[in-house]
Ligand binder design. Structure first.
Ligand SMILES: CC(C)(COP(=O)(O)OP(=O)(O)OC[C@H]1O[C@@H](n2cnc3c(N)ncnc32)[C@H](O)[C@@H]1OP(=O)(O)O)[C@@H](O)C(=O)NCCC(=O)NCCS
Length: 196
């Protein structure tokens, strides 16, 4: 047995956050994933395949997400609202030794502006901290991605600064605003999520 055989992993889980259900993706989500990932704003801020096809969605759901979870490097959740796929939120770059992970998300165009990203990212960060003992959950947003920064702030993530040239999108390298949530933040009244 190697050290890798005993590396921690996430188990498939369903979480709820108000009207949101966060559950494992399955192939019945593929059409909606493909449609949302063809949206220009999603393409603008995420370095996903361009064009984004149904086959890309099926690979993401059937191969990428299960392998990520089984490796312990992260976990992907479908965000459902009233039976419809509203978006995807994930934990990635998971460092079990340091208990640090990063949250990421996208929201389908029809579901934007109603708190989906802020609620889902808060729920996932709280789950990582409370159920898995993580000490720090990071969130990065490009300096130009105002909606993502706003969502992070509403979720109670604390803005720490700008990591220069740290990210990439289809148009090239970007500076990233770094946010984090740590266990003590969960008790701070000023960092309670601001959900409308
Ligand atoms: C960023 C994204 C995930 C936000 O999802 P969402 O569910 O709409 O986010 P929320 O509703 O929780 O919060 C968004 C906030 O940004 C605001 N906002 C949206 N576009 C904005 C803009 N261009 N300028 C300023 N604020 C903006 C919204 O009004 C809302 O704030 P409010 O509730 O105070 O009105 C979504 O726009 C998206 O999927 N974008 C494309 C992919 C992406 O950028 N992923 C994140 C990469 S870091």
């Amino acid at each position: 047995m190697t050290a890798l055989d005993t590396a921690p992993t996430f188990h498939e889980t369903t979480l709820t956050a108000g009207e949101l259900t966060l559950r494992p993706l399955n192939q019945s989500d593929a059409d909606e994933v493909a449609e949302a990932c063809q949206d220009p704003e999603t393409m603008r801020w995420l370095p996903i395949p361009r064009p984004y096809t149904l086959a890309n969605a099926e690979w993401f759901i059937g191969t990428f997400a299960p392998e990520l979870r089984e490796s312990g490097a992260g976990i992907v959740f479908a965000i459902h609202v009233a039976g419809r796929l509203a978006g995807v939120v994930d934990l990635k770059h998971v460092n079990w030794a340091y208990k640090v992970a990063e949250v990421g998300y996208w929201v389908a165009p029809w579901a934007r502006g109603r708190g989906v990203a802020s609620r889902a990212s808060r729920a996932l960060a709280e789950w990582a901290i409370c159920a898995h003992g993580f000490e720090r959950v990071e969130l990065y947003a490009a300096t130009g991605n105002v909606a993502s920064q706003r969502a992070a702030g509403k979720a109670g993530f604390v803005r720490e600064g700008v990591a220069r040239n740290a990210g990439y999108v289809h148009d090239g390298r970007v500076d990233l605003v770094l946010f984090s949530l740590v266990p003590d933040d969960l008790q701070r009244p000023d960092l309670k999520p601001q959900m409308s």
